[in-house]
Design a protein around this ligand. Structure first.
Ligand code: ATP
Ligand code: MG
Length: 306
């Protein structure tokens, strides 16, 4: 039996199904929406968008969990001025459970720190996968919306998180490198992972017209070369001097300068997320989200080994 089929058997076992059924019946809406925020090029504003949107969604009454899956240096805890002691690698190893690792901001946004924990998804033992999967079931009880800061580029972990999420928000700027890297990311996600729907947010713009120009370049290229991929224009965030100032002060711009235009734009994006129904073909609960990631990692590993 291969690892993936072993896990599939495990999640369809009686005990698991009973636990899942009781979870589903215990709340009206037990399945959180999972949104990945991603980009082809780094430094385009993912972490700030995730942090500020999380705060705005929380203020509107949603329970929000941020999953920091960015293995780079720009961690979400910086803009919340937090220094988590533990991260997901402690959950994977079984040293801690998820609730011991999660940190909560003053706004009530919960963060699952990634650290380097998600870097070795292809090499996890069966026991480590079990730890991750059973703890992710807990996450389903804590969140209405899970926002993932995926990190940039087309490295395997970025692709796994994007392809397993219910919705994929791509951030781009007007820079030609950002536009070509966004296209490359959507191309590989659609061709190799079957992701066919993306939402585009254009950051650091001078006007809505600039943002729409980026959208039309990208959607035109996708239509011409990939055909069946849908790119939805989701909105824009203006270039705003207050945003870097907020980061320097280890703060979200919504806290640092409540009237700043970038914060207003991100509040609008949060409202749009809250008001949209989410995907009707959502792939099930958060545990299955992690299951899909592990399955994809297994398959990629098989593929890489020939
Ligand atoms: N709307 C904006 N106006 C002005 N500056 C911005 C804006 N958005 C982001 N920035 C600047 O870009 C920097 C990088 O933003 P952020 O860390 O959110 O990007 P990222 O995509 O998460 O980067 P990485 O790929 O390195 O994780 C911010 O610290 C800020 O200085
Ligand atoms: Mg970042």
């Amino acid at each position: 039996m291969d690892q993936a089929s072993g896990l599939r058997d495990m999640v369809t076992s009686d005990t698991f199904l009973k636990r899942r059924t009781s979870m589903v019946s215990s709340r009206n809406n037990p399945i959180p929406r999972v949104l990945a925020v991603t980009s082809g090029k780094g430094g385009v504003g993912k972490t700030n968008m995730v942090g500020n949107i999380a705060v705005a969604l929380k203020r509107s009454g949603k329970r929000v969990v941020i999953l920091d899956a960015d293995m780079g240096l720009a961690n979400i805890d910086i803009i919340f001025n937090m220094r988590p002691d533990y991260n997901i690698s402690h959950v994977i190893s079984g040293e801690k459970n998820l609730k011991q690792v999660i940190v909560t901001t003053k706004h009530g946004v919960q963060i699952v720190p990634g650290g380097s924990g998600f870097t070795h998804l292809t090499n996890l033992t069966e026991g480590e996968k079990l730890n991750l999967l059973s703890e992710f079931e807990v996450l389903g009880e804590l969140a209405d919306i899970v926002l993932i800061d995926t990190g940039a580029g087309i490295s395997s972990n970025v692709l796994y998180f994007n392809s397993a999420a219910d919705e994929c928000i791509v951030i781009a700027t007007r820079e030609p490198t950002s536009i070509t890297d966004s296209y490359a990311l959507m191309k590989v996600l659609s061709k190799n992972y079957g992701t066919k729907h993306f939402k585009l947010v254009v950051n650091m713009v001078k006007s809505e017209k600039d943002a729409k120009a980026v959208y039309s370049t990208l959607s035109g290229a996708l239509e011409r070369f990939l055909g069946n991929v849908v790119l939805e224009y989701f909105g824009s965030i203006p270039m705003d001097t207050m945003l870097p100032k907020a980061v320097i002060n280890h703060s979200t711009v919504l806290d640092f300068a409540p009237d700043a235009p970038s914060g207003k734009a991100m509040e609008k994006l949060a409202r749009k997320i809250a008001d949209s129904p989410g995907r009707s073909d959502s792939n099930g609960n958060i545990k299955f989200f992690m299951q899909r990631i592990l399955d994809t990692a297994d398959k990629s590993d098989d593929y890489n080994q020939g």
